[in-house]
Design a protein around this ligand. Sequence first.
Ligand SMILES: [Zn+2]
Length: 415
Amino acid sequence: MLLCALLAFLWGGVASAQTVGAHTTYPTAVDPRLEEAAPRPAPPSAVQPSAAQPSVEPTPPSDAEDATARPSDHPLAVGLEVPPVPEGFKTHDGGWIHFAYQPSSRARVETLKLAADKAREELREMLGQNVLERVHVRVGRTVTEMETLAPEGAGYPKYASGVAYSEIGLVLLTEQPRYPGERHDLVQIFRHELAHVALHDAVGHRNVPRWFNEGFAVHASGEAVTDRMQTLWTATLAGNLLPLADLAQRFPADATDASIAYAQAADVVRYLLRSHESYRFRALIERLRTGQDFEAALSDAYATDLSNLEYEWREDVARRYTFWPVLFSGSMVWMGALGLFVWGWRKRQKRNRKILARWAVEEAREDARRAEMANRPVHIVLARPSEGMPLPPGERISRPDIPKIEHDGNWHTLH
Ligand SMILES: [Zn+2]
């Protein structure tokens, strides 16, 4: 059973190595495969949840390769204002956070209310800043409705399930997934978008590299942990980890590389935030807040440069994922196969012993029966049918003088 589970996982890992990026669905807040943002047309004056899909949007230039661009779920909102709460929406004022949602979404929004304070506390601890002083959260029932909640004139991501307009502290969410059956953890998406807003607050609304921005949001949200582990594991085995210098200069557009880039970015942030170095992360944020260039701030805060940081991170990744290659290496599989063979052989031996014992009992019984039959007396009878002796069933006496023997209930003719 264990071996089967291991083999199944191994097969899953191999399969994912072939398809990662093509079908993976993380991160939940934004699809890394399709990174584009489009200027959004002005929303209708009233919310129309059942309205048809919006008319064709202008085709924007892809920013997938621009490492300085903001993540698509984090569009610029400079000079914009939070739109008024749509008619018919319920509201909840949680002090620092204000929710607006359709009455039918109340149950889902309750989970967000419960998660909000903890998420803010964790983000403040990580960033070392009093972030998220005022946040507006608008929850649409569908992506179509979510789009109507965006500020007029703001960019709007084409494929995201959540949007963060950090400059105005606005987060948009959709209760239903964009695609049927798609993984859609609303709390994780909420945490992802809050993380974008929090980081933006923490660095004083300055730009940070895209990998760092998205990596922080993915890590802080805790989304798609298993998928990211599997992507990193397969990328480590295949030697496909991306150089950090490349990531800092150019965010990959290719689907597979984009998946690796997101997993890698989140893991580098995890590494930067590791418990005994978390004070350095807060120092990095403080330096960024004062306007220091990202690489210089990183070097100063961690007393290393990007290439050394990458070297250390790769060593850390190798240590963390050594367990997986060893566990699923060929020798381990063969050891498992050997164990399975021994288990099967012993089971077969046990079954054979049972069969032999049964045969011995049956043989002894047969011997006893034969011995009993051998000891029975043999009756030889010379008689005519007319003298009253019973004939063997179905037999006619054509030669009445031939003697017959009765033995063990059967008649035999003597010749
Ligand atoms: Zn994001």
